[in-house]
Design a protein around this ligand. Structure first.
Ligand code: AHR
Length: 532
């Protein structure tokens, strides 16, 4: 690493070049020295003194559903388990998630939310009725993990609780009672039942979803009928005893613009946030997706390309929100997102248990960069799902636990929590595959409270490293360090036998001169740079 602190002429040149590019000129006309060296150099300007919006740490939130082995085995092993636990909740999983500074956890679904009746999950565990989990493998749900256990989990994790209520098969009264049960401090029937069940003080429940995917598994409703129900149900979702609840309306799945238009138009006065779900995959379809670990470059490319759809998707949904909420009061919560592959061979297909490779990690890096980029509206996002389901952070097998490549991206990106988003101009080469191409690089930058700048970069190209030259406009950097997540093979992943195949390493392939640095990002990598 070379470290010199002075302004170079190159910086001025880069600034000029970008000024030209910003007004729409093509790369071919640019006389920048860097470009003349060869088109392999990608260029960036980061406006380190122009940040305005805060990146809400809840963008790094999580989601866990009564689905497969997420709750049972993933979080909950029961007090009598030989697996070390605190009041039935696995210590290793809590410890790993605390290292991510997990800010918020959504529960109990997903599709499960709209068939969940919370009263069945309180009181002595041996007396709780059993139910059938019709969405996820038709297995028996014991209700051993209910409201008390979930809110205990949130307290152990030190995170906010986000509860999804039942509109599809529940009643207004049931929803009203649940909120009162959890959050009312005074003398009422619900608060007193809570006390009888062992919890004197109310919990803090900051976020409450009024239904989930009500256009599908949550009741197959039209936007109009949901909007009417939303307005009615939310009336009774009260803020008790100083617990200011944020009510979340059910928004669209991916590009369902008519849905968000109707719900925004009819309900905007009554919501604090609206949700968006977006799952991505490779070349497959919803019936036959494809393998999480056995794939070629065509599948890699397809996932990268599909992941980038998050950008226009956010833009369009936000444009619609802007029409009904000009002042930007209502937040967009991307409360389910991630990759969705075929279930691991030999596992119950209804349990959605999938492995997680460096490909998932790069996809997660892009998603998180996109949420940062839209943080004026995107105030929360919850990857699906925390343990043992879909794009999980953690996989468990009996007493064993492994961290996935996606976990490491969340750990590396935690430097963005509550930092100020910095505007970035990126001019990069394409990653070409066959006749198709996408931008090879993806980036986001922020400045934290101490003034440290962090840049998260993804190189989507699985074969070619990318040289990047970056001007840190408005900064006088004193030093720089970095971390990288990459792997030899596109299918690299961690297993219970080999849990450290994909893990972050120190990264020092950069040179800083004045306020310009150059760096070379390895192929298929996620790099986070810190500049002081
Ligand atoms: O995360 C799995 C499922 O995906 C959720 O239950 C549902 O909301 C979505 O369709």
């Amino acid at each position: 690493m070379k470290l010199k602190v002075f302004r170079t002429r190159l910086f001025e040149e880069i600034t000029v070049v970008f000024a030209v590019l910003l007004v729409g000129c093509g790369l071919a006309n640019v006389s920048d020295a860097a470009v003349q060296e060869g088109s392999a150099v990608n260029r960036m300007i980061i406006h380190t003194d122009k940040g305005k919006e805060k990146i809400n740490k809840n963008i790094y939130g999580h989601f866990s559903e009564h689905l497969g082995r997420c709750i049972y085995e993933g979080f909950w092993v029961g007090e009598d388990s030989s697996i070390p636990n605190t009041r039935g909740i696995r210590n290793d999983v809590v410890e790993a998630l605390r290292k991510l500074n997990i800010p918020v956890l959504r529960w109990p679904g997903g599709c499960f939310a709209d068939e969940y009746h919370w009263r069945e999950g309180i009181g002595p565990r041996d007396q709780r009725p059993k139910m059938l989990n019709t969405h996820w493998g038709m297995v028996t749900e014991t209700n051993a993990f209910g409201t008390h256990e979930f809110l205990d989990l949130c307290e152990q994790l030190g995170c906010e609780a986000y509860i999804a209520g039942n509109v599809g098969s529940g009643t207004v009264e049931e929803m009203q009672d649940w909120v009162e049960y959890m959050t009312f401090d005074g003398d009422s029937e619900m608060a007193n039942i809570r006390r009888k069940n062992g919890r004197d003080k109310p919990w803090r429940v900051k976020y409450f979803g009024v239904g989930n995917e009500n256009w599908g598994c949550g009741g197959n409703m039209t936007a109009e009928s949901y909007a009417e129900l939303y307005n009615r149900f939310q009336t009774y979702v009260r803020s008790y005893s100083g617990n200011q609840i944020v009510k979340v309306a059910c928004g669209p799945g991916s590009a369902n613009y008519p849905w968000i238009t109707v719900v925004m138009e009819r309900c905007h006065r009554n919501m604090g946030a609206i949700s968006l779900h977006h799952y991505v995959r490779g070349t497959g379809n919803w019936v036959r997706k494809s393998s999480a670990t056995k794939f070629d470059e065509a599948e890699w490319f397809a996932l990268m390309k599909n992941t980038l759809t998050i950008y226009p998707l956010l833009k369009k949904n936000i444009e619609i929100m802007d029409r009904f909420d000009r002042r930007g009061r209502i937040a967009l919560f991307v409360d389910e997102w991630g990759t969705w592959w075929d279930a691991e061979p030999g596992t119950n297909p209804g349990f959605l248990y999938q492995q997680n490779t460096i490909r998932d990690a790069v996809s997660a890096g892009i998603f998180l960069n996109s949420f940062n980029e839209h943080c004026h509206r995107v105030k929360m996002a919850n990857i699906a799902q925390t343990v043992n389901v879909l794009q999980a952070m953690i996989l468990t097998k009996g007493e064993k636990m492994i961290l996935t490549p996606t976990y490491h991206v969340f750990e590396m990106y935690k430097v963005h929590h509550d930092a100020t988003l910095l505007p970035v101009e990126l001019h990069c080469n394409d990653y070409q595959f066959g006749n198709d191409k996408i931008p090879a690089l993806n980036v986001s930058a922020s400045k934290d409270n101490s003034g440290r700048i962090h840049i998260s970069l993804c190189n989507l190209d699985p074969s070619n490293a990318a040289e990047v030259r970056c001007a840190l406009e408005g900064a006088e950097p004193k030093g720089m360090f970095g971390r990288v997540l990459t792997a030899e093979d596109i299918t690299a992943h961690n297993t219970f036998e080999n849990p450290q195949v994909v893990k972050p390493a120190t990264f020092s392939d950069f040179e800083l001169e004045g306020n310009i640095f150059t760096t070379t990002l390895p192929a298929k990598s996620v790099v986070v740079l810190a500049i002081e």
